[in-house]
Design a protein around this ligand. Sequence first.
Ligand SMILES: *Cc1c(COP(=O)(O)O)cnc(C)c1O
Length: 464
Amino acid sequence: MPLHDKNKLRANLLDDVYASSDLSVVMPKYKMPEDEHDPRHAYQVVHDELMLDGNARQNLATFCQTWMEPEVHRLMDECIDKNMIDKDEYPQTAEIESRCVHMLADLWNSPDKANTLGCSTTGSSEAAMLGGMAMKWRWRQKMKAAGKACDKPNMICGPVQVCWHKFARYWDVELREIPMEGDRLIMTPEEVIKRCDENTIGVVPTLGVTFTCQYEPVKEVSNALDALQKKTGLDIPIHVDGASGGFLAPFVEPELEWDFRLPRVKSINTSGHKFGLAPLGVGWVVWRDADELPEELIFRVNYLGGDMPTFALNFSRPGGQIVAQYYNFLRLGKEGYRKIHQSCYDTAHYVSDEIKKLGLFKIIYDGRGGIPAMSFSLKDGVDPGFNLFDLSDRIRSRGWQIAAYSMPAHREDLVIMRMLIRHGVSRDLANLLISDLKRCISYFTKNPVENKANEEDSGSFKHS
Ligand SMILES: *Cc1c(COP(=O)(O)O)cnc(C)c1O
């Protein structure tokens, strides 16, 4: 190599990343590049692009965790190579998963916590599929044994998260979703009982409804189903969608009976990555006792060595989230979870009081009787020069992402704004948010919006 080429090569190696030839041109976006790129350059391009996502900590629309202790980051890194399905190769990770299931079974008062079945999943959605399938299979066994047709299964719920719409469609189950009516935004026992028949595979109350954050009345529904059974003989099971509440109520409201203390509750799902405080990608489903999970749904996988029962939709799956969940259990214990959640509830109450004082808003949910969150609508008949979609848009200029959305059937007319107060939303941060809200409102007072925004304009907030 001629000397001047060598010098050029050396100069290139020393280039600042932004002065490099890779970053002086546009990187390919939709076609795989033909050649390699320096890892530093590729990293910087990807890293920089992610800045445009906004700051997850300021996303008050999500229920999912956005702050982790440094130890969790370390464990996630140490587990990057662990495949959850290789239970024979990583028996200790499998053991840790099993311990988590047993801790949850105990936390939720299973009468057979040492032997009951359950598993980790990628989140509550997969867990809901598994819980729903078990209900459908059990119902079918019962109908077959009675010599009855089993081609028209139905399931009853209140305003549910989209995963139950998916369950119903994918597994061919009619969803009898109780619509909202006036100020009743969740299920009631009466509305449930009206919809029950012999084709009902189960009732699914939500502990922490996505739209309003309220808990549905599991015990009252269970009592009503007891009375129905006495009257008609229909024995309809309950699966609780505890995506959020499954990791809140046991610590903060231990006296609330919503779990396996009610014999009719046969299975429960929860999201580890919501109030379980684990990183994204873990959920759980646990059955009351082993009999509630039909044997035909369990696969015995033996080609990785050993004979391992599995019940899951996925095969390969990362193990780090599960290990991190176990870390949280050890690290925090019941007391640690209680303290974290209680401080979030206190902050939610505080934010709710502050927003009420602004005078323009009707508080829909003040953080009592559900998830640590709050929601509000504009007061009826008030036109402060903006609507909640405009406010959502404006507050984003300070980085805050707050969902504004309309309610599902029959309250599509009601538009609310909802804020989740999670681990990491300190009182200080809440105060900064409230100052920013005030600033937005006074901006709109001076500059009222002529063409107010609507749901379509407001982007793609999902009820995650
Ligand atoms: C978030 C949520 C789900 C879905 O859970 P993922 O863990 O996101 O899959 C289901 N039900 C309720 C009530 C939820 O809040």
